[in-house]
Write a protein that binds this ligand. Structure first.
Ligand SMILES: [Zn+2]
Ligand SMILES: [Zn+2]
Length: 451
């Protein structure tokens, strides 16, 4: 995932982050809700009684081991496409749990297969594997031993959570009705890993009917957030080619014109100021969020004057409304023409059209019900709007299999731990591993028992 809340750390340290930081969840307590709803408890998986109690206990038992493996992964981070040692570590862990392991899918991808003793449906859980090219000081005792590479996006934590879910579910194999696939995906940061796995026929190798995954966010540890449909806006990379009569100096005023003419916001708000995501009045947690409807024109990312002196401009734009995507290029072309640059324009195209996270509404609603009835109301909360400037290639899996992608809180503001991914001071409260394992093991287990 890219620069989610890239500026938030500055805001958070000023203490103005009440909306997201005020209600730190009791992730360490035995927060098993007393109101376990019979509507979500499984008939097929009935031998476990209250699965959330079992998985809370079992997660606690292996928590220290999961922290150790997370720290090991953190010490030996590998960049997108190079996850060789990471793959080996994951493979050994899954084999020891008795899972079937498949490799040779795409790059260093691997899939662990956990078959329950009873017949049932198939669900998948995905974790991403790669680290970032970063030189920031690593403010933990278990520092990265690879210069210039760091788990600055929390994928080491995602991996530990996935292994923990696999372990606690593997222990309940006898009562498990169906199959769980653990998809370990390389190269998320470069947005090629999921696509590569799908194109290499991942879904002829395994056949889940639903898929789940998560990303660490700067919310407080213990908190889980989700929404139906898009979690991020649609990022489109625009490539504009001008002929050799286009002066370089004319680009900046043109981009300004794009902004003044095409930007769309709610009530003149500024959704590009990402610290507003946490604002209680206009952020993601307010039903009147300014992040529900916008079109943002980002800066020029690359500008080149190549052979033949053509001027090529690359820039990103962000749109929340899928129905408006087809308007983007015609509208930009119109601005170019209105600026008297029509005779200089050669072409305007999308060079990047990544799919965005799109949560299945029925599965999202179902997952919220399961988690909130299992662990108490408020365990998972809804968000409103779509985060700009970020995305996750989990979206490629969702194009094939309906699924749900969650935000998992990783900050502990009281301890000065701010899980602001990609930021210099990024750190994760490892209690998020506990929350992730017990919550999502329970979710997967109960989903296997439901229609
Ligand atoms: Zn990232
Ligand atoms: Zn990420």
């Amino acid at each position: 995932m890219k620069r989610f809340l890239a500026l938030v750390f500055a805001i958070v340290t000023l203490g103005s982050c009440a909306a997201i930081g005020s209600s730190t969840g009791s992730s360490t307590g035995s927060s098993t809700g007393s109101s376990t709803g019979s509507s979500t408890s499984s008939s097929t998986n009935s031998s476990l009684g209250k699965p959330e109690e079992t998985f809370t206990i079992e997660t606690d038992k292996i928590f220290d081991k999961l922290v150790q493996i997370r720290r090991k992964l953190h010490q030996y981070p590998e960049l997108a496409g190079n996850e060789k040692q990471t793959q080996e570590t994951i493979k050994q862990y899954l084999l020891e749990l008795g899972l079937e392991v498949k490799t040779d899918i795409y790059g260093y991808a691997l899939v662990g297969i956990l078959k329950g003793a009873k017949a049932g449906k198939n669900v998948a859980w995905r974790a991403d594997m790669d680290a970032l090219p970063q030189d920031f000081p690593d403010n933990v005792d278990f520092k990265s031993k690879t210069p210039g590479v760091r788990h600055g996006c929390g994928h080491d934590v995602h991996l530990a959570i996935a292994l923990g879910i696999a372990e606690v579910l593997a222990k309940q194999k006898q009562s498990l009705a169906g199959t769980v696939y653990f998809i370990f995906q390389p190269a998320e940061e470069t947005f090629v890993g999921a696509k590569g796995m799908v194109n290499n026929k991942l879904f002829s190798l395994i056949n889940p009917s639903e898929i789940y995954g998560l990303h660490i966010t700067p919310a407080s540890v213990g908190q889980i957030f989700v929404k139906a449909n898009e979690m991020y806006s649609y990022q489109k990379g625009v490539k504009i080619e001008f002929n050799n009569t286009m002066p370089k100096e004319a680009v900046k005023p043109l981009v300004t014109k794009f902004r003044t003419t095409l930007t769309r916001t709610t009530n003149n708000s500024k959704p590009w100021e990402v610290q507003r995501i946490l604002d209680p009045n206009e952020g993601l947690f307010n039903p009147n969020s300014i992040f529900k409807d916008y079109f943002i024109v980002d800066d020029v990312t690359f500008l080149s004057r190549s052979d033949g002196d053509k001027l090529v401009v690359y820039m990103d734009v962000y749109e929340t409304d899928k129905a408006k995507l087809s308007n983007i290029l015609p509208a930009m072309k119109k601005v170019i023409e209105s600026e008297g640059l029509a005779d200089k324009l050669v072409s305007i195209t999308f060079f990047k059209e990544n799919p965005t996270i799109d949560n299945d509404p029925i599965l999202t609603n179902n997952a919220m019900t399961i988690l909130n009835t299992s662990f108490g109301n408020g365990t998972v909360s809804g968000v409103y709007g779509q985060v700009p400037f970020s995305n996750d290639d989990f979206s490629y899996f969702q194009q094939k299999v309906p699924g749900v992608y969650f935000f998992l809180g990783g900050s502990n503001f009281g301890k000065g731990i701010i899980a602001n991914i990609h930021a210099p001071n990024f750190m994760v409260d490892e209690e998020s591993i506990r929350t992730g394992v017990k919550s999502f093991a329970t979710l997967l287990y109960k989903r296997l028992g439901e229609k």
